[in-house]
Ligand binder design. Structure first.
Ligand code: NAP
Ligand code: ZN
Length: 365
C-alpha cells in the first residue's frame, strides 16, 4: 500500500474540472465513455489538454487484471502527449501552450535513493499513471484515454519541436522501455542485436537499435511482417517458427530484446545468443519456461529484465529521437475504436502502434 504523504502545500488554483474519458468498469467490460474529475491545480501541477494517447499492450493486461493489481473503474493510457493549458503557482518548467508528455508514472516520493538517482520507476511509493494511488489525497489515478490530465511538473517531459506530436505518444512507454536496456547494455556500432516480437515495443526497438548504429535482426512469428521490418530498419529477419532458420542463427547475437507479451519458452531465443550474450525480457511479466542452467552457464549468457525508465532517461530518449529522426509508426483511431484496436492488438495485428486521436487539436483549448 502506498504511503500517503503530507501535502507540500494545500493551496490549489481553480476548481476540479470534468474530463471526458474512456475506460472499463470491470475486468471483462469493454471500453466505454465515462466522465471523470481532474483535480484543481496544486502549486507544482501542470494541466494538459491531451491530443494523442498511444495504446500499449499493458493497457489490455491491466484492463483484464492479468497482473492482479487492477482497480475499477479504470481509465488506461500511459503514452500521453498534449498541450499545457494551465500551470500551478510553483511551476517553472512549463508555460501555457508548451508541448508536454506523460509516461507510465505521475509521482513518486522524490526522496528515496532510487528517485535521487533518477530511477523513479523503482521508488516504493511510485504512482502509476492509471490505477495508481495519489500520494496526497489517496484518490485513484486515471490515465490518458481522456481529453485532459493534471500531473506534477517533475513527471512531465518536454516534446522537442522537431518531433511530430501526432506520432510521438508511443515514445513515452514503447520508446523508453526499449531505449533504456539498449543503452544500459551498450548497444552500438558492431553489436549484433535481435528484437523478438514486432509490435509496439519491438518496432521501436528496431528503430532505436538501428539509430544507435547496431546490426539489427527482427525475430518474429509473422512472416508477413518481414518486409515491414526491413523498412523499419532491420538488416535481417528471422522467423521464429522456422526451426531450420533458428538452428542456423544459433549464437548469432550479442543482445536480444524480448518483447513477447505472454509466457513462452525462452530456450530457443537463448540459443541465439553468443557466449557472453544478454537477453533482456521486457514483455512477459510471467513465469518463463525453458531456462536451462546449461544454456546459461555453458556460454556465460545472461537473462535480464527492464522496467520502462526514469524521468531523466525518458527526456534523454525524447531528445535522442528528435536528433535522430526516430518516430513510431502509428495507426490513428478515434476513441470509438479502442475496443477494435485492443482486439487486433491481442491477435498481434498491429502496425505498429495504435494512437488515439482525442480530437482536441482544434482551436478550442
Ligand atoms: P504488442 O504491440 O501487442 O506486440 C507484441 C508482439 O509480440 C506481437 O505483435 C507479436 O509480434 C509478438 N507476439 C505476440 N504473441 C506472441 C506469442 N505467443 N509468441 C511469440 N510472439 C508473440 O505489445 P507491446 O505493446 O509491444 O507490449 C509487449 C509487452 O511488453 C506486453 O506484455 C507489455 O505489457 C509489456 N511492456 C513492458 C514494459 C516494461 O517496462 N517492461 C513496458 C511496456 C510494455 P510478431 O508478430 O512479430 O511475432
Ligand atoms: Zn506501456
Amino acid at each position: 500500500m502506498a504511503t500517503i504523504l503530507q501535502p507540500t502545500s494545500t493551496q490549489t488554483t481553480g476548481k476540479p474540472t470534468t474530463a471526458q474519458a474512456y475506460g472499463v468498469t470491470s475486468e471483462t467490460a469493454p471500453i466505454e465513455p465515462m466522465t471523470i474529475e481532474r483535480r484543481a491545480l496544486r502549486p507544482e501541477d501542470v494541466a494538459i489538454r491531451i491530443t494523442h494517447c498511444g495504446i500499449c499492450h499493458s493497457d489490455l493486461h491491466m484492463a483484464r487484471n492479468d497482473w492482479g493489481m487492477s482497480v475499477y473503474p479504470m481509465v488506461p493510457g500511459h503514452e500521453i502527449v498534449g498541450i499545457v493549458t494551465a500551470v500551478g503557482s510553483g511551476v517553472s518548467k512549463f508555460k501555457v501552450g508548451d508541448r508536454a508528455a506523460v509516461g507510465c508514472l505521475v509521482d513518486s516520493d522524490r526522496t528515496c535513493n532510487h528517485c535521487k538517482a533518477g530511477h523513479e520507476q523503482f521508488c516504493p511509493n511510485w504512482v502509476m499513471t492509471y490505477a495508481g494511488t495519489d500520494l496526497q489525497d489517496a484518490s485513484v489515478t486515471y490515465g490518458g484515454y481522456s481529453d485532459q490530465i493534471v500531473v506534477r511538473q517533475e513527471f512531465v517531459c518536454r516534446v522537442p519541436e522537431s518531433l511530430d506530436i501526432s506520432r510521438a505518444a508511443p515514445l513515452l512507454c514503447a520508446g523508453i522501455t526499449t531505449y533504456s536496456p539498449l543503452r544500459k547494455f551498450g548497444v552500438g556500432p558492431g553489436t549484433k542485436v535481435g528484437i523478438a516480437g514486432l509490435g509496439g515495443l519491438g518496432h521501436m526497438g528496431v528503430k532505436l537499435a538501428r539509430a544507435m548504429g547496431a546490426d539489427v535482426t527482427m525475430i518474429t512469428t509473422s512472416p508477413e511482417k518481414g518486409e515491414d521490418a526491413r523498412e523499419l530498419g532491420a538488416d535481417d529477419v528471422l522467423i521464429s517458427k522456422d526451426q531450420a532458420a533458428m538452428d542456423a542463427a544459433a549464437e548469432r547475437f550479442d543482445f536480444i530484446l524480448n518483447t513477447i507479451p505472454v509466457a513462452h519458452d525462452v530456450g530457443p531465443y537463448l540459443n541465439l545468443l553468443k557466449p557472453n550474450g544478454v537477453m533482456v525480457i521486457v514483455g512477459a511479466i510471467d513465469m518463463l519456461e525453458g531456462v536451462h542452467g546449461g544454456a546459461l552457464a555453458m556460454r556465460n549468457r545472461t537473462i535480464a529484465g527492464s522496467l520502462i525508465g526514469g524521468l531523466p532517461e525518458t527526456q534523454e530518449m525524447l531528445d535522442f529521437c528528435a536528433e535522430h529522426g526516430v518516430l513510431p509508426e502509428v495507426e490513428h483511431i478515434g476513441p470509438d475504436r479502442i475496443n477494435d484496436a485492443w482486439e487486433r492488438m491481442a491477435k498481434g495485428d498491429v502496425r505498429y502502434r495504435f494512437v488515439i486521436d482525442m480530437g482536441t487539436t482544434g482551436e478550442a483549448a
